[in-house]
Design a binder for this molecule. Structure first.
Ligand SMILES: [Zn+2]
Length: 479
């Protein structure tokens, strides 16, 4: 048998196993996994390296249009071209971004517009979650069911942000459609009234510097909203991912829900594992770089999140890449001394997600290699209907691979990263382990720190039904 490419001598890791094996690739797919393979038009020696499924980053924001009149008016620094390239340099080969419906507008038009932004731009394959901010009868009755059938089987909903948030009744109405169409919902869980109330009090006291952002959104407010979202999906009977969870306290709500049989999944991000609110107290406005919601918290929250990684409560680790430059187009769009409530939320992280979790998780002995693969690739692919095509190494799967050098030491410098954002929150951090060769559908896209393929080759991925629905009648609705 002949192959386009044979990868020889590597240690192959999936979410289940770590084995010594060769991989034969033909037509962009893995066609053989065996002890010893020859006959490749190209042969890659992976000796001394790990062969991992390319990462699936199922939470990144690229080229997302801001709502008219949105709080910050900031512009994202990365489009599909720069964002997907940055992702690939960090070992990620699939990204899932967000097609956003703004109020008064059609959801279908938002998806069509987002396709235009991505078409012919991405280096790697990509999918779109839907964001609903205006669940009108037309959206719930026609647009949403049609879009789910077109391969957008995951929807994100916000409990906060003035221009995006849905009330409990609206959430239930969307959940009802998601249940009928077997979609999975992603929820941003924070108590909006509470955080607005706190923000107004802080502002009245003149406490508007970046650090006050953390004070305006304390942990109980996230725990309450997580509990409320869990209660709503428990009654409505739809699987849910609570996105970007920030610490051990809200995570406790996920544990309690699961203990009583609710199908709920937890996502966190490297910044909640690595950083604390101390980042927000940097001099002047520098803390604005690390404003995100939920906010960075304290060491206790961080330790609680690591416990969730170790004990299996956390299912997926995604970047929540939200690239706003530290300038007047981005973080400072509302002025050089804008109050925290007018600073765009989020930070970059597509390229550093996998190296940080590998270094802090695997190298430091907190998780094993298979758990790393599950957290960064396989579980995302399963939850969002891309498995087994993406997120694993198996015969028939796309040859999306990261050949990982587990010994390589890298000091993270924004100058060496490929996002258009002008900072990384991890500047100066040392990590061990970095991808050396990254393949997308059998094509080497990155090798030894150099781009080897042209952006534009990435394809849109239609999602199948989430594996969360595979549990059959485990998901029960009360009506
Ligand atoms: Zn996000």
């Amino acid at each position: 048998m002949t192959y386009d490419t044979v990868i020889q001598g590597g240690t192959v890791a999936t979410a289940a196993d770590v084995v010594r094996a060769d991989i034969g690739i033909r037509g962009g797919r893995i066609v053989t996994i065996a002890d010893r393979l020859t006959g490749g038009d190209t042969t890659i020696d992976a000796g001394g390296r790990l062969v991992l499924p390319g990462g699936v980053d199922a939470h990144c924001h690229l080229d997302q249009p801001e709502a008219p009149g949105e709080e910050s008016g900031a512009v994202m620094a990365d489009n599909f071209r720069s964002g997907s390239t940055s992702a690939a340099f960090g070992g990620t080969t699939t990204i899932m971004c967000f097609a956003v419906q703004h109020r008064g507008h059609s959801l279908t038009a938002a998806v069509d517009d987002y396709h235009r932004r991505a078409d012919g731009e991405s280096l790697i394959d990509y999918g779109f979650h839907l964001i609903l901010s205006d669940p009108t009868p037309a959206v719930l009755g026609q647009e949403l069911p049609a879009l789910i059938r077109r391969g957008h089987t995951s929807l994100k909903l916000y409990m906060t942000y003035e221009s995006m948030r849905l009330n409990d009744r609206q959430l239930l109405e969307v959940f009802e459609v998601a249940r009928a169409e077997r979609a999975i919902v992603l929820v941003h869980a924070e108590n909006h009234d509470l955080l607005v109330w706190l923000t107004e009090r802080l502002e009245a006291q003149g406490r508007t510097a970046p650090y006050a952002h953390a004070l305006s959104r304390p942990s109980p407010l996230e725990s309450e909203a997580t509990h409320r979202a869990v209660t709503l999906v428990e009654i409505a009977g739809v699987p849910m991912v609570v996105v970007h969870m920030s610490g051990g306290e809200p995570l406790e709500e996920v544990r309690r829900a699961r203990a009583r049989g609710v199908t709920v999944f937890a996502e966190t991000c490297p910044h909640y594992l690595m950083l604390t609110a101390a980042e927000l107290s940097r001099p002047g406005m520098l803390g604005a770089k690390c404003i995100c919601s939920p906010p960075l918290r304290d060491d206790n929250a961080r330790a609680g999140m690591w416990r969730g990684i170790e004990d299996g409560t956390v299912d997926i680790v995604n970047s929540d890449h939200a690239p706003y430059r530290y300038d007047k187009q981005g973080k400072l769009s509302a002025g050089p001394n804008a109050p925290f409530s007018k600073v765009a939320n989020g930070m970059p992280g597509l390229e550093t997600r996998m190296p940080i979790l590998f270094s802090e998780g695997v190298v430091k002995g907190r998780i094993d290699l298979s758990r790393f693969v599950a957290l960064t690739a396989s579980n995302n692919a399963k939850l969002y209907g891309l498995h087994p095509r993406k997120g694993t190494i198996a015969v028939g799967a796309d040859a999306d691979l990261a050949l990982w050098d587990p010994e390589k030491r890298v000091t993270i410098r924004n100058d060496d990263l490929h996002s258009n954002c002008d900072y990384t929150p991890y500047e100066g951090m040392e990590v061990q382990g970095w991808p050396q060769t990254v393949m997308s559908r059998g094509v080497v896209v990155v090798e030894d720190g150099a781009l080897k393929a042209a952006p534009g080759r990435g394809r849109f991925l239609e999602q199948a039904t989430s594996s969360a629905w595979g549990t059959g009648d485990k998901i029960k609705a009360w009506v």
